[in-house]
Design a protein around this ligand. Structure first.
Ligand code: PLP
Length: 367
């Protein structure tokens, strides 16, 4: 096979910029602060963040301290505000300061550790506070936030941002959204000088009540719909393609690949595509997944280690032709649904084996 038998992952920075502005327009009046954790949802935080900076983003979120340190370098020490969602421990204080990273404090223990650390500093330590308004994952309980606000219990800290996270934002009518909104309104009132933020991608599309001062989109920047379905307002950022290695004729009733679970129900031609787990194709997506081949969406039969088999039907194709496994036709949310997963996981799994190509400039196209 030709040397091009490697899968190709194209990352469209113009599509990223389009999505950023689509979200910013939806959340007009609020700051749009990209979430670039997990290495920019698998698409490389550096080029992603540099382009978003060029488009106007000034606040970024990462999960881990090391991601924040890397992002500071990737942004070439631009004056971005970088928040670390994991928060604060005594050991990470000096590293947070050295890279000018802001911790998101998630518990009374983290608050206490930050206060102890800040006592040794010349200036107050800027931080964000996360409150748990009903997701039951991370954040101070409302009573704990109240106690801290009331007792002046944040000595040495400046609370720049108070935030919470929605558990059911992808289901717009879910009553939990309004419950969390009501709880968050009470908490943000305790910190009138701080910016307030409740919405991730899903919340940014829930309407003005959910915007507050800042929205924190992740997946929708990368093309995932806010309700976990394809959304025409957003463009695909990642496109995974791989070449056809061979074309085979199968008869009705043939078993395909390992085991006896996948069987053809009609005579057909299939394409053997050179991509598999190491390129980020998820095995479970064979259940109802589709790839774009020979100008149409076509059923995925199997995903094995390094090979994916696609039903070509009446499509005309030849070895060497590229098949799109994810992208503007084989949509991220559809693939995630087929795999019994969500867009976030499908993107993060796009691995390093596929050859990466960045389309569009890291600098803004509109300036
Ligand atoms: C990951 C995360 C986000 C972004 O979520 P998306 O669903 O990808 O938009 C926002 N806020 C917090 C606290 C997060 O953990």
């Amino acid at each position: 096979m030709a040397p091009s038998s490697r899968a190709r992952l194209s990352i469209d920075l113009d599509a990223l910029a389009h999505n950023y502005h689509a979200i910013a327009a939806e959340a007009a009046g609020a700051e749009t602060a990209p979430v670039v954790k997990a290495d920019g949802y698998g698409l490389s935080a550096g080029p992603i963040a540099r382009r978003l900076w060029a488009e106007g983003a000034r606040t970024f979120f990462v999960a881990r301290l090391a991601e924040g340190e890397a992002l500071r370098r990737e942004l070439d020490h631009r004056a971005a505000r970088i928040l670390v969602l994991d928060g604060f421990t005594a050991e990470c204080g000096p590293r947070l300061c050295a890279s000018d990273l802001m911790p998101v404090l998630n518990s009374v223990e983290q608050v206490a550790a930050a206060i102890a650390f800040a006592a040794g500093l010349d200036a107050p330590l800027p931080c964000a506070l996360q409150a748990d308004t009903g997701m039951n994952r991370q954040g101070l309980a409302p009573g704990q936030a109240q106690a801290l606000a009331g007792s002046g219990g944040l000595a040495g800290l400046t609370v720049d941002l108070v935030m919470s996270h929605l558990g059911s934002g992808a289901i717009p009518d879910h009553p939990r959204n309004r419950q969390q909104l009501a709880a968050f309104r009470e908490i943000r009132a305790l910190f009138p000088a701080a910016q307030a933020s409740l919405a991730a991608s899903a919340g940014a599309f829930l309407g003005p009540d959910y915007r507050f001062d800042l929205v924190r989109p992740g997946i929708s920047l990368y093309g995932g719909g806010p309700t976990e379905r394809p959304d025409p307002r957003l463009r695909a950022v990642a496109r995974l393609e791989a070449p056809i290695l061979d074309i085979r004729q199968l008869s009705a009733g043939d078993y395909v690949g390992y085991g006896t679970t996948i069987q053809t129900d009609h005579a057909t031609r299939v394409a053997l595509v050179g991509a598999g787990y190491a390129d980020g194709v998820i095995r479970a997506s064979r259940r109802s997944g589709q790839a774009w081949a020979a100008g149409a969406l076509r059923r995925l039969y199997i995903v094995d280690m390094d090979l994916t088999v696609v039903d070509l039907g009446d499509g005309e194709a030849a070895p060497g032709d590229m098949v799109e496994l994810l992208g503007p036709h084989a949509l991220l949310d559809d693939l995630a649904h087929a795999a019994g997963s969500i867009a976030h996981e499908c993107l993060v799994r796009l691995s390093s084996r596929a050859q990466r190509i960045y389309l569009g400039s890291e600098a803004t196209q509109t300036a």
